[in-house]
Design a protein around this ligand. Sequence first.
Ligand code: NOJ
Ligand code: CA
Length: 695
Amino acid sequence: MIVALFTGITNMTAVTVTSPGGAIKLNVEVDSSGTPVYSLDYKGTPLITDSHLGIKTDETAFTDGFRIEGVDTVTVDRTWQPVWGEYATVRDHFKELAVRLTADNPDRNLTLRFRVFDDGLGFRYELPVQNGPNYLTVKDELTEFNYAGDHKLYCIPGDYDTDEYLWSETTFSDLPSALKSYGRHTEAQRVDGVTIQTPMLMKTADGVYVNMHEAALDGYPAMLLDVDPASYSMKSHLVPDRLGVSAYLQMPFNTPWRTLIISDDARDILASQLVLNLNEPCAIEDTSWIKPMKFMGVWWEMFTGNEKTWAYSDDYLAKPGVTDYTKLKPNGRHPANTENVKKYIDFAAKHGIDGVLIEGWNEGWEDWASYRKNRQFLFDRPYPDFDLPAIRDYAKEKGVRLIMHHETAANAADYELQLDRAFRFMKDNNYDAVKTGYVGAIIPRSEHHTSQWMVDHVRHVIERAAEYEIMVDSHEAPRPTGLCRTFPNWVAQESARGGEFESFGGNPPSHTCILPFTRLKGGPMDYTPGLFETKLSYYGEGKDSQAGTTLARQLALYLTMPSPMQMACDLPENYERFPDAFQFIKDVPVDWKDSRYLEAEPNRYITVARLDKNSDDWYVGAITDENARTAVIDLSFLPDGGKYEATIYEDAPDAHWKDNPQSYRIRTVQVKPGQKIRQPLAPGGGAAIRITKKN
Ligand code: NOJ
Ligand code: CA
């Protein structure tokens, strides 16, 4: 349903729009200098006070001297069906306000489009075709977010290249010291000053939660936020290229939406579909080939400190396409070999795991992280011990899907040149999906991982992949902004500190209690859950690493970190040690009809129930931070009249993430709709439940 409320030419200087249910009130005006200003109230209390809007370019300033030429408002209430996701149907309900601005000297036009939802706000700049030049060199975006108090912030430091950080829980005023405490490891790529990344989360003293991010990042650089700890204000900070230019635009152009998900109930932040709603509908006509999946990988072997390598040989001078690899001495520590890959395929086939990822299959890994690279990898050159035709045929015979790995070592330009050949090679060899990677500095252009050029690159890869009917899971790419709605073959991304860090010293239990409030609002994460052996060896350094999790919690992550491409990350032998717990990973779906967030507090705990897209089974996942907790699982979501059986995978009473992570129990109980299960969770623990209907 679309209802136009008001359209017309006006001499007004201010306009107010309220969300459909009335919780959010937005005011937009131009001040005496002709600068656009907005403010926002949540449930009658100012949340954002007068904040300026504008874009600074080399050619023209879209900042001041404006008057409101016209205003259009419309109410939209519609639904759509995602190809995969947390809900079978998503409601998109908002009031829209388009403020058409004009200026005479110099001659400029700019439209500000706002969508006011009951759970937040999205707005963007629309630059129509101008009377003058239609190319712009964007130097700065002047979007302000001025908050009314010294709120709590959950954030990671500003960085143009990586988001693989741990999260700080701090306040505006304490932010400078919080950002200072990050270790050396990532310091080199950090943005100077008090800059943070989106998505981030805020909590006001009144208990209002705000997720700040962007939607539909396309043709533009990613946005960071410059924070003023004294005035509680934030300003957009666009990632520049090496020349200091943020974006080269041709008009007409619409910027990404700047998004605020707002609620006084933390569960609403998790349930919100606002970012997806602000993205364009699916651009792929036939999506029948996009199939959610669980997969294993010839992968974790390279992280567990046992000297295994992606490289076939230790000859770091080997050059892909130049060196005859059959003449190199194999290092004997290379898991991507035919025999080992077949073992993974056998294991996946036996346990009903859909796919197998194989890393280290192609020429180029000998010197991959040295940054001495030129053409580092070839994507159609298997190593001599990787018999691709044999593996392809074996996987087909066993009904297991193959996932290819394209680590580019950040040579994205070269990857583009190889892309068609690489994708054709994949299809010829029966691969359905690709995991891409951009480890290191982007060469040869010295671009940043989140600059406009890289945003364009990744978008290009996704579109080309769709033409070849290939699903993509990208690592080290710009943080997702809901483009997976438009291109549902973009099934997952890393773009945060993932499970691999369990072997680099560990992720604290709170880490997965904040990611769903922040990183996941842009789209699914390839977090790689399913870690059963949590005593690890520090990657590359032989030091001990202890994962911040119990075994039972790893099962819960399949619910709290939903993704249509979900890994079972551990080694087959570790699953064989705990076959009863592995049963949950085998059973748990990766695509959902409905989701109910039952309990949530950022950085502390999450309890969620989900209904399988393809059956009537419900699944519940509950996690806590390093503190023990009793989750209260209200089974009101179960349809009345039925008898149900719940299989509960839980921490045993003596479980603890640090000292006793593998202590778990499995019990089956009869449950009724409306019943409340009081479920104990160990420190750093969790619980996973499968609920089936009894006839
Ligand atoms: C970093 C990725 O996150 C990881 O999953 C991958 O195995 C390595 N790069 C090697 O490509
Ligand atoms: Ca990574």
